[in-house]
Ligand binder design. Structure first.
Ligand SMILES: Cc1cc2nc3c(=O)[nH]c(=O)nc-3n(C[C@H](O)[C@H](O)[C@H](O)COP(=O)(O)OP(=O)(O)OC[C@H]3O[C@@H](n4cnc5c(N)ncnc54)[C@H](O)[C@@H]3O)c2cc1C
Length: 390
């Protein structure tokens, strides 16, 4: 069982009950994979601003991509617990580069649920093998939170859609071989005029902009994308025309749970590293953990991480039963991201100047975590969603 994580050896909450032995056996495989194929290369990928294609193929080979994908499409037909284990093990290594969860748990489900059967056969097995890397493009330079304001259009011309517009902040944008593009097929209909259309990375008229320079997530490629009269067959439409917004709403809880699961593990791992540091670092003739202020900060952090662990596992269990609501997923994402940012700031402070150095994990984790309050729906949007239930 996964017990030896939070500081002091075990979590305050004791062993977790959300996973089976089979899940934990999979964790071993995933952990070994990350130790061998990700950790040794991650600093270089941070300098490059992108991970290698090879690691995607290796992940496919190791069975780490798309655990939930049906066996007939090349996946393992497993439950979300297996995906959560991949997310947790990435978080455990403090690596952010390989956009596996975005691919496996956000992009692939749209295609598996909504693509035409022949497209599924064409794309999904290759996505499970890491040969096709996926991305989803909702955000535009002029809008992010307010999806109905998007300006990218897809005009029907015979058997094709002709797509025009631009997107920005797209994760996996440089590497992507297949992009789910959110576009207006009925520009006058607001959110009821949005469709999801798959655009292959080599489609004429599709162009990638720069790999955007960010303050964190340095190994993850994030891009502008441009579409100029990009023609794709109507078979690349996901689901029905003009129903894109409802598909996005349906799938967003899983996307938000991905962020919450990562936050829960991130807090535990960084707490452990900070406690270790605070026990070793001496000031005024004693370890800095012996200053009551630091010890209390870390005790508060341990209590909060324990509380969030229980909540995150509850949401995970609900989702594995298909019962996670939009509102509860929003609460998990909101609390996970906000709490993680607060705790990481305290952890960095306990590290003193070393916390601000990129070679120390906490500094990088602090910068990487900041985006959690923004993407996947900002904290303010999460509060709006929860606020509707009041
Ligand atoms: C590293 C990174 C990766 C990303 N990856 C992707 C990706 O793969 N695909 C993709 O499509 N997008 C991606 N995004 C975009 C991300 O989802 C958006 O940045 C986010 O939705 C916010 O949109 P915005 O930046 O336009 O902010 P805006 O919508 O302009 O919001 C600005 C501020 O106003 C607040 N605000 C907006 N509306 C309200 C409201 N109704 N009530 C209260 N406050 C409000 C926001 O919370 C925010 O604080 C990524 C972003 C980053 C930084």
């Amino acid at each position: 069982m996964d017990t030896n994580i939070a500081s002091g050896g075990a979590r305050l909450t004791g062993p977790r009950t959300v996973y089976t032995e089979a899940h934990e056996a999979f964790r071993d495989t995933v952990r070994r994979f990350f130790e061998k194929h990700v950790v040794p290369y991650h600093r270089q990928w941070e300098r490059d601003g992108i991970v290698s294609r090879e690691v995607w193929l290796q992940a496919g080979e190791a069975g780490i991509l798309c655990p939930m994908l049906a066996e007939e499409h090349g996946g393992a037909g497993a439950d979300f617990g297996y995906s959560a284990i991949v997310i947790e093990e990435i978080a455990r290594t403090n690596c952010t580069g390989p956009g596996f969860p975005l691919h496996s748990d956000i992009v692939v489900p749209y295609i598996e649920d909504l693509a035409r059967p022949e497209r599924k056969r064409e794309w999904l097995p290759r996505m499970a093998r890491g040969e096709i890397i996926g991305a989803i493009a909702m955000t535009e330079p002029g809008m992010g939170s307010d999806l109905k304001a998007m300006r990218t259009t897809a005009r029907r011309e015979g058997d094709h859609y002709v797509i025009n517009g631009s997107k920005t902040f797209i994760s996996n944008g440089q590497l992507a071989d297949l992009v789910i593009v959110c576009a207006k097929t009925d520009p006058a209909a607001g959110r009821k005029g949005i469709s999801l259309i798959c655009v292959p990375g080599d489609a004429p008229g599709f162009r990638r902009g720069r790999n955007l320079e960010k303050i964190g997530l340095h190994a993850q490629d994030t891009s502008e994308l441009f579409f100029e009269d990009v023609r794709v067959p109507v078979e690349n439409l996901l689901g029905e025309e003009n129903r894109g917004f409802s598909y996005l709403i349906r799938n967003l809880p899983q996307e938000r749970l991905v962020i919450a699961v990562r936050a829960a593990m991130g807090m535990e791992v960084m707490l452990e590293k900070t406690v270790q540091y605070a026990k070793e670092r001496q000031a005024f003739g004693q370890p800095v953990i012996d200053f009551q202020h630091n010890r209390f900060k870390l005790a508060d952090a341990k209590a909060q991480a324990a509380m969030f662990r229980v909540f995150a596992d509850h949401c995970l269990a609900l989702h594995m039963r298909g019962e996670l609501t939009v509102e509860l997923a929003a609460a998990a994402k909101l609390l996970g991201a906000e709490m993680q940012n607060r705790l990481f700031d305290d952890f960095l402070q306990v590290h003193g100047g070393y916390g601000y150095m990129a070679e120390y994990e906490i500094g990088r984790a602090w910068a990487d975590a900041r985006v959690g309050r923004i993407y996947g729906g900002s904290s303010e949007i999460m509060r709006e969603i929860i606020g509707r239930t009041l």
